[in-house]
Structures are given as structure tokens and as C-alpha cells.
Design a protein around this ligand. Structure first.
Ligand code: OSB
Ligand code: MG
Length: 377
């Protein structure tokens, strides 16, 4: 990583946490629920060397992972932010160590690290991509497509995305909505790169059923079993030919090492928030790359802040599969940053200092329904 800014330290004077409501352009249904208006949180930190912004990828309910926004409110104000204030001047690289005594809550920790990283890189005048040594100027992206009431509706939604230029499509599946819908999408699109994501909706008893996906030429199947069932995923990997990818199971470098040691995954979905932040995400990338394990960047239906950062992360050389990083218009009619457009299945990596996006304060103010300021006492 680039160390051009290694002497400056930053003293957080204020963390501002905002909860926003953003209407999705189309409802997003997974095995754990349907979202129409997405509740999100963003954070801003103020230091003596400027301010920084962060995406907080925590969801309103604990249905994807255990963290959820009402709990995060408490964790930020009573556990995490006081530790940063008490520590005093620091660098983004110190955040994980300072917060280490607090167990879990990786998405909350990731938010605070991200805000400080933005400040630090802006102060140094370098982009996040430069800092991590990302190489490509644009990255290949894909789209994650929700479950629908009918298969016809799914086929039509996918046709729309293919029309928009997506060449890699991920279908959400669940028991009762799996083999047949995926087969129909495959028949209608013989050449697209297709993959599926079950968000833990299956059990090892379903392996023979899931093996029917093998004839549909999928890039991968993502996290069919529970977040702790590495042995189950290892058995799946032995019994099907579709490559197995883990999402929810990978919450740290240690989980990655363990999963790979057990042969529970051929491919890793790296979601920065889930693993405790972008710095941990880079370490997982490096580990996987050294072992020849392909990785791709997962998404959390982010605002432009998270999207900007994910694009830079995905420009590292080990991200050899297209990420769940879609164009802005796939998510929002209006974003809190400038929109990101896809050209030929790729999106350009931001080059400005920090994460390289400016936040539209007027629009943020309009969609904020709760705002809190945390200051040192
Ligand atoms: O499992 O990848 C997932 C969104 C929220 C929670 C979990 C997941 C997702 C997605 C969205 O699939 C991908 C995107 O941001 O485009
Ligand atoms: Mg997933």
C-alpha cells in the first residue's frame, strides 16, 4: 500500500451519523425479505485536517447478518466512537486495533475506518485506488437480480438488464424458486455469465437438488448454507461441479483461511463492510491471490459513497470476476453522489482524492430521517 501520508495523524472531533431512506427503483427480493425503500446509514467525521464520509452497509433488520441499524446506533455511541475519541490522534490503519476489544460489529467498525480513510487520503491528495495499488482504470461489473412472483417476470427483468449492457447476471434463489427459473433465464440467454445466490436458504440435505444447477453452466453458487456451515459447503463443493462461493461465512481473514483450508469454497465474495473494512478486504484479497483463489466484490445496494470505494477495491488484480457493482440507475433514481454509468459492462474507477466522490448535502438533508452527532465528552 502507498505510504505517502504516513506522518499525519487525525483527531476525530465529531462523528455525524445519518439515517436515510432511499426508494429503490424496483423492489429487491431475496430469501430473507423484500426491500422497496432502503433504510441506510452514512457517516461523516470531522478532524483537524478535514472531513471524510463513509457508507455504513448495515441493514435495518438482522436478516442478512446479525448487525442491524438500531443496534448499531447504540454500538457507535456507547462502544466504538468513545474508544476512538479516547485514543486521540490516529490513522485509519490504527482503527481496527483500537476497536479490537469490542467483539464483532464489523460493519460498524468498517464505517468508522472508512470515514477516517477518506479524510486521510484527501489530506494526502491521493485516491483510494492509488493507496491500495489498484491497477485498472475501469472494472467489469454485474447485476444482482431479485426473486420475482413469476418466472416470466424474472426472464423479463433479466432481459432488461442485458439490454442495459450487463454481461454478468446474478440470480437470487430460494427453495421453490431455483432450478426452473435459472433454467429459463439460461435458455433465454445462452451466452451471459450467470451465477446464483441463496443467502443461506438451504441445508446440506438439499445437495442433490442443488446439483441440478450443474447443467446450467453457472459461474458459481453463492452461500447456499448457513453462515457457520463450512463443513456443509465443503461437502457441496465435493458433490457438485458448479464452483462454490462464500459470502455470509466470510467475516474476516481468519474465516477466509479456515474456509479455504477446509475446501469449503473455490471463490470468495469480498464485501468490505462484512469483513470489518476496506483494509481487511485488501488483506483477504492478498491472501486469496497468493493461493490462486478468485475473488469478486460483493455489494450492499450502496449509495455512491460505497460504490466509489468498491470500484477502487475491485481494481486490484485478484478481483478476476465481475462484482455486484451496478450502475447507479439500477438502484436509485437519485443518488447522494454523482451517478455512476456503465459502458460496455464496465464502470470507471474514481480518481479523485479519498474515495473520490462529493456528497450532495441538500439531497442528503432531504432524505435524512435521523441525524446524530457524537462528540468527545
Ligand atoms: O447477498 O450479496 C448479497 C444485498 C444486500 C444484502 C446481501 C446481498 C445483496 C446483494 C446486492 O446481492 C448486490 C448489489 O449491491 O448490487
Ligand atoms: Mg450474497
Amino acid at each position: 500500500m502507498d505510504d505517502t501520508a504516513s506522518d499525519l495523524r487525525f483527531t476525530p472531533q465529531l462523528f455525524e451519523l445519518r439515517r436515510l431512506k432511499m426508494p429503490l427503483v424496483r423492489p429487491f427480493r431475496t430469501s430473507f425479505g423484500t426491500e422497496t425503500v432502503r433504510e441506510m446509514m452514512i457517516a461523516r467525521v470531522v478532524t483537524e485536517h478535514g472531513e471524510g464520509w463513509a457508507e455504513c452497509s448495515i441493514e435495518s433488520d438482522p436478516l442478512y447478518l446479525s448487525e442491524f441499524l438500531d443496534a448499531a446506533d447504540h454500538v457507535f455511541s456507547d462502544h466504538l466512537v468513545p474508544r476512538l475519541f479516547a485514543h486521540g490522534a490516529l490513522r485509519a490503519e490504527d482503527v481496527a486495533d483500537v476497536l479490537e476489544p469490542v467483539k464483532g460489529h464489523r460493519m460498524a467498525k468498517a464505517t468508522l475506518e472508512m470515514a477516517l480513510l477518506d479524510v486521510q487520503l484527501r489530506a494526502a491528495g491521493i485516491s483510494f485506488q492509488q493507496y491500495i495499488g489498484g491497477t485498472s482504470t475501469s472494472v467489469e461489473v454485474g447485476v444482482s437480480v431479485g426473486i420475482t412472483d413469476t418466472i416470466d417476470e424474472l426472464v423479463s427483468n433479466v432481459a432488461g438488464y442485458v439490454e442495459d449492457g450487463y454481461t454478468r447476471v446474478k440470480l437470487k434463489i430460494e427453495p421453490g424458486f431455483d432450478i426452473e427459473p435459472v433454467r429459463r433465464v439460461r435458455e433465454a440467454n445462452p451466452d451471459i455469465r450467470l451465477q446464483v445466490d441463496a443467502n443461506t436458504a438451504y441445508f446440506v440435505e438439499d445437495i442433490d437438488h442443488l446439483a441440478q444447477l450443474d447443467e446450467l453452466a453457472l459461474l458459481l453458487i453463492e452461500q447456499p448454507f448457513g453462515e457457520d456451515d463450512l463443513v456443509g459447503h465443503a461437502e457441496l463443493a465435493r458433490r457438485i461441479t458448479t464452483p462454490v462461493c462464500l459470502d455470509e461465512a466470510i467475516r474476516s481473514l481468519d474465516h477466509t483461511r479456515t474456509a479455504l483450508a477446509l475446501n469449503a469454497a473455490h471463490i470468495i465474495n469480498i464485501k468490505p463492510a462484512r469483513v470489518g473494512g476496506y483494509l481487511a478486504a485488501v488483506k483477504i484479497h492478498d491472501h486469496c491471490r497468493a493461493l490462486g483463489i478468485p475473488v469478486w466484490c460483493g455489494g450492499m445496494l450502496e449509495t455512491g459513497i460505497g460504490r466509489a470505494a468498491n470500484l477502487a477495491l475491485a481494481s486490484l488484480p485478484g478481483f478476476t470476476l465481475p462484482g455486484d457493482i451496478s450502475a447507479t440507475k439500477r438502484y436509485w433514481t437519485q443518488d447522494i453522489t454523482r451517478p455512476f454509468e456503465m459502458v460496455d459492462g464496465r464502470i470507471e474507477v474514481p480518481t479523485g482524492p479519498g474515495f473520490g466522490v462529493d456528497v450532495d448535502l441538500d439531497f442528503v438533508e432531504e432524505i435524512t430521517f435521523e441525524r446524530r452527532e457524537l462528540r468527545p465528552v
